[in-house]
Write a protein that binds this ligand. Structure first.
Ligand SMILES: NC(=O)c1ccc[n+]([C@@H]2O[C@H](COP(=O)([O-])OP(=O)(O)OC[C@H]3O[C@@H](n4cnc5c(N)ncnc54)[C@H](OP(=O)(O)O)[C@@H]3O)[C@@H](O)[C@H]2O)c1
Length: 356
């Protein structure tokens, strides 16, 4: 199917979000017209940063209220768009019938538009690596696009915490199948790693979880990674994920149903992320933070084993680099810019050593 025409119109769901906000900004910077979809365009706490973008003043950026729980909510918004970047979360990942229903809401609006050529579906590395049995990572340690979690494991269930990864896989397939059936548009999937980088609006510090975890470090306490016990952060800069979305909209080298992992392949343990802050920004006088380990004793007893399994994983990003020409920022840059934005944008006051 045809890629986005340059300067065309793109609808972005989840525009008030951490990643969506950067997709909006970069699309505008590249000359596109953007329809930013948020749940409530009048919610100043979430939309002021979008309305401050220069494209809003001219009308090249418009804001639209849409709750994807409501059928037809994107019908009018998508009409005339050539691209859709579907970044929004859904209300719950624990009910897969609901996830399928809201996918259909977006798909029906794409079909109705008769103008959309390409949809980027934002999935997650959870849809690549989230295993019910961690030994599966020992059996298949190469983390790349053709890898899916072991879907035959009978314990892989939403009620056992797999709803997010299952919902993301479901969405990837629902969009690819609908695109194939339509013959008019294609669906390309982006699977981002753990996003670190600058927030653009105060409310974004509360989500993440990665930028929120850096906020709690600055405040003096933070938690061990609970999304994968003792897993290092598998990071990517939020600005690089936004760029990847735009390259996927523009590319002539992608095909319906393809997925691309967006991560730098750099990994770092959460305690080392915290230690990085003082190394990168000694001017802050950051006092450091206490690590909270919320795991029960039986999990803690296996800490060394978990760390060894994660350490044996091989993160790959060959496909996105080759097909889309992506280069990735280093994690140090992402941490530095995240910290500075938390202080400058969200007015977070770090704990400091005496004298600072
Ligand atoms: N952050 C990461 O590290 C990461 C990693 C892998 C994958 N992802 C995926 O990337 C996407 C964006 O993540 P993010 O970190 O930018 O998330 P975020 O900051 O929490 O933003 C997500 C947005 O989803 C919107 N949303 C939630 N429920 C909605 C609904 N029922 N109808 C319409 N909009 C709804 C919210 O809109 P309002 O603010 O307007 O209410 C919110 O701004 C998600 O699909 C996520 O699964 C993120």
């Amino acid at each position: 199917m045809a890629p986005m025409p340059r300067g065309g119109t793109v609808a972005v769901t989840g525009s008030a979000g951490f990643i969506g906000g950067w997709v909006v900004r970069q699309l505008l910077d590249k000359g596109y017209r953007v329809r930013a979809c948020v749940r409530d365009a009048n919610d100043e706490s979430k939309t002021t940063f979008l309305k401050a973008m220069p494209g809003y003043a001219s009308g090249r950026l418009t804001l639209h209220s849409a709750d994807l729980d409501e059928a037809g909510c994107f019908d009018e918004i998508f009409k005339g768009c050539q691209g859709v970047a579907h970044l929004s979360h859904v209300s719950t990942y624990d009910d897969l019938d609901y996830v399928k229903m809201v996918c259909d809401h977006v798909i029906n609006s794409v079909n109705l538009s008769e103008s959309v050529n390409r949809v980027i579906v934002t999935s997650s590395i959870a849809a690549v690596i989230s295993e019910q049995d961690i030994q599966e990572l020992v059996r298949r340690p190469v983390l790349y696009e053709d890898r899916y979690p072991d879907e035959l494991n009978p314990k892989r269930l939403p009620e056992r915490g797999q709803g997010y990864s299952m919902g993301k896989v479901l969405a990837e397939r629902a969009f690819a199948e609908a695109a194939e059936a339509s013959g008019r548009w294609d669906a390309i999937t982006c699977c981002p790693g753990d996003n670190v980088g600058p927030i653009q609006s105060t409310h974004q510090k509360n989500f993440g979880p990665w930028q929120h975890n850096i906020e709690t470090m600055l405040l003096g306490k933070y938690t061990q990674n609970v999304i994968g016990a003792y897993r290092p952060w598998f990071t990517v800069d939020v600005r690089d994920v936004a760029e990847a979305h735009i390259r996927m909209l523009e590319s002539v080298n992608v095909e319906n149903g393809q997925r691309f992992i967006a991560w730098s392949t750099e990994t770092r343990n959460v305690e080392d992320i915290c230690a990085s802050i003082d190394r990168l920004l000694p001017e802050l006088g950051f006092a450091g933070a206490e690590l909270i380990d919320p795991f029960p004793e039986k999990v803690r007893a296996k800490e060394a084993k978990f760390r060894a399994i994660w350490g044996g994983c091989e993160l790959r990003n060959d496909r996105i680099r080759e097909a889309l020409g992506m280069e990735f920022r280093t994690l140090d840059v992402s941490i530095r810019d995240c910290v500075e934005s938390l202080i400058a944008v969200a007015k977070v006051e770090p704990v400091r050593r005496p004298g600072y």
